[in-house]
Design a protein around this ligand. Structure first.
Ligand code: SIN
Length: 279
């Protein structure tokens, strides 16, 4: 395996591995360790069937079914199609977000396999490092955010932006800590995102809006948080959804782009970080 970093702190390209082939535990452990180090891994030049894609995803844990997925026997519940054409009203993920944080246990890893890229170029995905987003906040702000909880509402993107009809009982709504601890690295992450986070509990509506807008602006306006992935057909990118956000750039209208995403359910709910966890 050859590894080439995209930036000094987030994102790496991994060469010399065929993800369609059976994978030894040792190779998987190396990939997992790379994910802990780089949060986003790009595997160019893959040739994967949907079964290969799901088999690789399942090495990380149980596969996730997206809340917008209509359960039909002709649709695979574990493959989320990410398709944009000239007739699309929106493109999935066109805004900074962490995948499906409305779930109690949001996906821990997502793996997007690109099949078609816009012929005009563009259609990149930006990734942002939420470890660094937290680190760059001032000490008083870090202190203030610790212990706060926020509401993550699936209706915000799926009804508000995508105009889909909610399932019976509505889309999931969950509460998560504003500063979470990554369960494997033990590092703190800023855990609010403009896709799903609707309010911070215990604050007035005005305070909550102002604080969320400030944190979203911090993410949007700090280029050093980000790595940019330029896709080619046959490229698979996986991201650790517990410490990153991403933004799919829709700059290629009226051209098309098509990929398929597999996500993996987290083993536990996000838990709060507290200063005492630093030894
Ligand atoms: C997503 O998973 O949010 C879509 C990402 C992309 O299409 O680049």
């Amino acid at each position: 395996m050859r590894v080439e970093s995209l930036t000094p702190h987030i994102g790496a390209k991994v060469w010399g591995i065929n993800l369609a082939e059976p994978m030894t535990d040792e190779t998987f452990a190396k990939i997992h360790a790379l994910m802990m180090d780089w949060s986003v891994l790009v595997f160019p030049d893959q040739d994967l069937s949907q079964e290969d894609h799901k088999r690789f995803g399942a090495r990380f844990g149980a596969l996730h079914t997206h809340p917008m997925h209509q359960i039909r026997s002709d649709i695979d519940p574990h493959i989320l199609k990410v398709k944009t054409t000239k007739d699309s009203a929106y493109t999935a993920g066109d805004g900074w977000h962490t995948d499906v944080t409305c779930d109690e246990k949001p996906p821990k890893v997502s793996l997007l396999y690109m099949k078609e890229v816009p012929e005009c170029g563009g259609g990149d995905t930006l990734y942002a490092d939420m470890y660094l987003a937290y680190e760059l906040l001032s000490e008083p702000m870090k202190q203030f955010l610790q212990g706060l909880e926020a509401v993550h509402d699936g209706g915000l993107p799926y009804v508000g932006a995508y105009k889909s009809t909610p399932p019976e009982g509505g889309y999931p709504v969950s509460t998560h800590p504003v500063v979470a601890v990554h369960p494997e690295t033990g590092r703190p992450v800023l855990y609010v995102n403009s896709g799903f986070t609707s309010r911070i509990k215990g604050l007035s509506a005005f305070e909550s809006r102002a604080l969320l807008d400030m944190l979203f602006r911090h993410i949007e306006s700090t280029p050093r948080l980000t790595a940019r992935v330029s896709w080619a057909p046959g490229m698979l990118t996986l991201w650790d959804n517990r410490c990153t956000q991403h933004h799919a750039v829709w700059d290629y209208y009226p051209h098309s782009r098509y990929g398929e995403r597999v996500s993996v359910i987290a083993d536990e709910r996000p838990s709060a970080f507290s200063q005492t966890q630093i030894h």
